[in-house]
Design a protein around this ligand. Structure first.
Ligand code: 5RP
Length: 266
């Protein structure tokens, strides 16, 4: 791995702990103005101090994030579909040249293993990796799960392993039973998505379980920005990821921070 690749990767996965809190706010690329991201700039701003990276699209980066902001960017470079169509039918949306002009630390794209379009998305991944290798840009493969797929260790392990075999530098997947098997069988770092909004305690438990079972962190969106207390949530997730905070302490921390906010703004 060359110096540029290693340097960019160390801006995403923090060398101090070997872990990362990625804040995912790319959902609009297929969901439109989803809850919590109607005005992305307002949502993102108070969360930035607690995130190691921002994962988002070119459009939101340009229009909603100040170029003076000091946070590594992981740019989503796939899309072209919407919640109304066939989500697996994604293509590449951003050239490597434009990604580099935006000074990104990494790029991300989805693969749809098991869908009728798996070959298209896997070859897109391989093409992005080929180009990214030329410029030292780490690639995050996102293992998107189609409606017909089961989110179990067998399926997610297959998708993560294929992403790694094609050369992804790290992989994002979902937490599942026997998650440690998914991590063990994947030779590159794994981060988890949070998935649909669930109660805060459950999302904190998910984060604790994931890092205890080998994830290098989270690439979490809705369970942070759709929380009643997004700042309290990301600060607590950060403690779990970087300092191995246990669930009971994590929930206490979340509740304390939530109350603090209410006192400040009451
Ligand atoms: C969509 C994505 C999202 O960034 C990902 O799902 C993470 O967000 P969430 O925690 O809300 O699931 O890659 O394909």
């Amino acid at each position: 791995m060359d110096w540029g690749m290693k340097n960019r990767l160390s801006r995403i996965i923090r060398p101090e702990t070997g872990r990362t809190v990625m804040l995912a706010v790319d959902h609009g690329y297929f969901l439109g103005p989803t809850t919590g991201l109607q005005e992305p700039g307002k949502t993102i701003e108070p969360l930035i101090p607690y995130a190691d990276t921002l994962m988002l699209t070119r459009g939101v980066l340009r229009s909603c994030v100040s170029p003076k902001t000091d946070i590594p960017i992981v740019l989503r470079v796939s899309g072209g579909t919407s919640i109304l169509g066939n989500l697996a039918d994604e293509g590449l949306t951003v050239s490597m040249k434009d990604a580099l002009k935006l000074n990104v630390s990494g790029v991300a794209l989805s693969i749809f293993v098991g869908s009728e379009l798996e070959k298209q998305t896997l070859l897109s991944l391989a093409n992005v990796i080929n180009e990214a290798e030329e410029y030292g840009v780490p690639v995050l493969a996102v293992t998107a799960v189609g409606k017909d797929m089961v989110r179990d260790a067998r399926y997610l392990g297959l998708a993560c392993r294929i992403a790694a075999e094609l050369g992804s530098h790290y992989v994002k997947t979902y937490y599942c039973d026997d998650f440690e098997k998914v991590v063990k069988n994947c030779p590159v770092p794994v981060v988890i998505a949070g998935g649909k909004k669930i109660p805060e305690k459950e999302a904190l438990e998910l984060s604790c379980n994931a890092v205890q079972r080998g994830a290098v962190g989270v690439d979490m969106g809705r369970n942070i920005f759709q929380s009643e207390h997004p700042v309290a949530m990301i600060r607590t997730v950060r403690e779990i990821v970087h300092n191995n905070l246990k669930l009971r302490d994590a929930y206490d921390m979340y509740e304390t921070l939530s109350r603090e906010k209410e006192v400040v703004f009451a």
